[in-house]
Ligand binder design. Structure first.
Ligand code: SAM
Length: 155
């Protein structure tokens, strides 16, 4: 929807997307004891047969699907700059790896969207992000949706 909006406003606008997912739920080995909700997500939220449907929703000429487990798949991204990052893997370990990989590549003024930041049962993710951004002086801005955004200020 966001992409369609920008393209309607500006026919020259062209965004390249890199989407990372196992398409098999959250890897058991990455779930920490303080993340019990991850097991519930695996049992209730992730159907095994959505890959083709999801792939069909994105423009094939500018979307790359990196299918498999983050962090193993991160090296498939060969670029050195990104404009927008969205993290929504429900647990700390792969989100930490993805943030450490992509945050240095985010351009100044670029936005990070953190999906689970404000949710009571995702406190280990929130604690991780607060510690990570404390060190750089940035503060995640929590949205009414429970998500948070962080704007990168400089290099
Ligand atoms: C809440 S859904 C988000 C779906 C969609 N990517 C989005 O952002 O709207 C969480 C997704 O994270 C994926 N996931 C969890 N751990 C992962 C990991 N280590 N590597 C890749 N994908 C992972 C799951 O398969 C699941 O599809």
């Amino acid at each position: 929807m966001v992409i369609n909006y920008f393209e309607l406003r500006d026919p020259e606008f062209r965004i390249e997307m890199h989407l990372f997912d196992t398409f098999a739920g959250i890897p058991q080995a990455q779930i920490r004891p303080d993340e019990p909700l991850a097991h519930w997500h695996n049992e209730n939220n992730y159907a095994g047969d959505v890959k083709e449907r999801v792939v069909s929703l994105f423009p094939a000429d500018r979307t790359t699907f990196h299918i498999g487990m983050v962090p193993d798949t991160l090296s498939g991204f060969k670029g050195d700059r990104v404009d927008f990052i969205s993290l929504d893997m429900n647990i700390v370990e792969p989100e930490k790896a993805a943030l450490e990989f992509f945050w240095p590549k985010l351009r100044p003024g670029g936005i990070l969207l953190i999906d689970d930041y404000g949710f009571q049962k995702h406190t280990s993710q929130r604690n991780f992000y607060d510690r990570f951004f404390d060190a750089s002086g940035a503060i995640p801005l929590q949205l009414p949706t429970g998500q948070a955004i962080v704007m990168k200020r400089s290099g």
